[in-house]
Write a protein that binds this ligand. Structure first.
Ligand SMILES: [Zn+2]
Length: 452
């Protein structure tokens, strides 16, 4: 009897296929070649811009070239925002330029304006301020993002950017400056969008680079009034259009179910968008192709969605959820890659409780990559696929190490040179594992009733 207990169980029948897939992925250059092509042939691709239209053509062609069985576009429209010119300087005896960048959705200043600066440590302090101390001034909020592997510090500093410009308007400020919401140590400011759901209109708003924010705070520390001149030429200009680019590989089974992965095709305009979210785009495209290239395709179809204009209000994701809503039952499970190009280090899940043993199987398959299942909270599905998750689609989050992500994110340092090809291939290995596991399975992972 004791001997019986020592006998090892037979290995999981999927393990051999998945191990070989992981090995192939880690030695495969498809993702890197796609990223090189996207960033050099297309470059920056802000929603609705010429670069964005080029990116859509690029993605459609790339999917055809990779052998996707079907590729199609889904129209998306949104208010078109443009950045034209931006500058600021400290006035007075210590006059000097301040490096900054306008926040997405900011109105322009209508030429240079100058006003005294009213400083606040964080958004809470600003919200509590007497409007009389702010009216007619340029408000400044200086909260600093904390660096961490899970990137949690970003969510804490984003409200000063997304909500701050509306608070400033309600208090009668003429403009808002913030300390950049990222951790960029190289002196480049961090853009990102102002909320699209707050009531009212925002004031002109821009983010100072960390060195510029330090310089402004140093000037303010003297206690004497500090005046800044600000000139932002930017704003909305009619309707912008773009497309979600969708491609599918057929599975071998006769089912209309598919596994969905993807990222967002648009980027900010300051870098070439290699990290946000070129990396997510190419990782999921390459992973889908490698799984489809197996001698025997998995049972279910594989869908890749490259979402339009995520950066300025999740326009592609919302539009996709609205158009695909009645087909949402075909989305058996999804995973979105949109946290940069750092190595994936853990995963989270959101599936029906009764199929969690299937997730243990995914954990076993990801073990050789040292990617454990984190059960501290359910997966979110990301900004875009999160819109389908809200309808009940089950999701897995493959979390990237975000320790360095916010040094690059939304800045001029988001460029190809800052992506490590080995990390990229590693992440493809994680995605092929997820895709194979979900597509070969016949388990219904959901629908998961929306919990929030
Ligand atoms: Zn992104």
């Amino acid at each position: 009897m004791a001997l019986m207990a020592c006998q090892s169980e037979p290995p999981d029948p999927w393990l051999e296929t998945v191990s070989a897939l992981q090995e192939t992925a880690r030695n495969d250059a498809t993702a890197w070649q796609l990223l090189e092509s996207l960033t050099t042939e297309v470059g920056p691709r802000m929603g609705g811009s010429e670069g964005d239209a080029k990116a859509v053509s690029w993605a459609r062609q790339a999917m055809h070239d990779l052998g996707f069985d079907r590729v199609w576009l889904e129209h998306v429209s949104f208010p078109l925002w443009e950045r034209r010119a931006e500058s600021a300087k400290l006035l007075g005896p210590e006059a000097e330029p301040l490096v900054l960048t306008a926040l997405g959705g900011s109105p322009g200043t209508g030429g240079a304006i100058s006003a005294e600066v009213a400083p606040f440590a964080n958004l809470e302090e600003f919200e509590a301020a007497d409007p009389a101390t702010v009216a007619g001034k340029i408000a400044y909020i200086g909260a600093r993002m904390e660096r961490s592997r899970d990137g949690a510090g970003y969510g804490k500093t984003v409200p000063q950017r997304s909500k701050g410009p509306y608070v400033a308007a309600r208090k009668g400020a003429v403009a808002l400056l913030i300390r950049s919401a990222g951790t960029n140590p190289y002196g480049n400011p961090h853009t990102g969008t102002i909320s699209t759901s707050e009531p009212g209109s925002p004031v002109p708003a821009a983010a100072l680079s960390h060195p510029a924010a330090d310089r402004l705070e140093q000037a303010l520390a003297g206690g004497a009034p500090v005046t800044v001149e600000l000139d932002l030429d930017c704003g909305f200009n009619g309707l912008g259009t773009s497309q979600n680019v969708i491609g599918e590989f057929d599975g071998r089974g006769d089912t209309d179910e598919f596994v969905v992965v993807g990222g967002h095709l648009d980027s900010w305009d300051l870098g070439d968008g290699a990290v946000d979210d070129g990396a997510g785009v190419v990782t999921t495209m390459a992973a889908a192709k490698l799984v489809a290239d197996l001698p025997e395709r998995p049972r279910r179809d594989i869908r890749v969605v490259l979402f339009a204009n995520e950066e300025q209000g999740i326009h592609g994701g919302k539009s996709y959820a609205a158009s695909q809503g009645r087909n949402f039952y075909r989305h058996v499970i999804g995973a979105e890659a949109d946290l940069g190009a750092g190595r994936i280090w853990r995963f989270r899940s959101r599936v029906l409780p009764e199929v969690e043993p299937e997730v243990e199987r995914l954990a076993m398959l990801l073990e050789p990559l040292d990617i454990p299942w984190s059960q501290d909270r359910p997966a979110s599905g990301g900004a875009d696929l999160g819109q389908v998750r809200k309808l009940g689609m089950p999701v897995i989050d493959l979390n990237h190490d975000a320790s360095r992500y916010f040094d690059l994110h939304h800045t001029a340092d988001d460029v190809l040179e800052n992506v490590d090809p080995e990390d990229l291939a590693f992440n493809v290995a994680a995605y092929v594992t997820f895709i194979y596991w979900a597509a070969e399975s016949d388990v219904a992972f959901g629908p998961v009733p929306p919990s929030e």
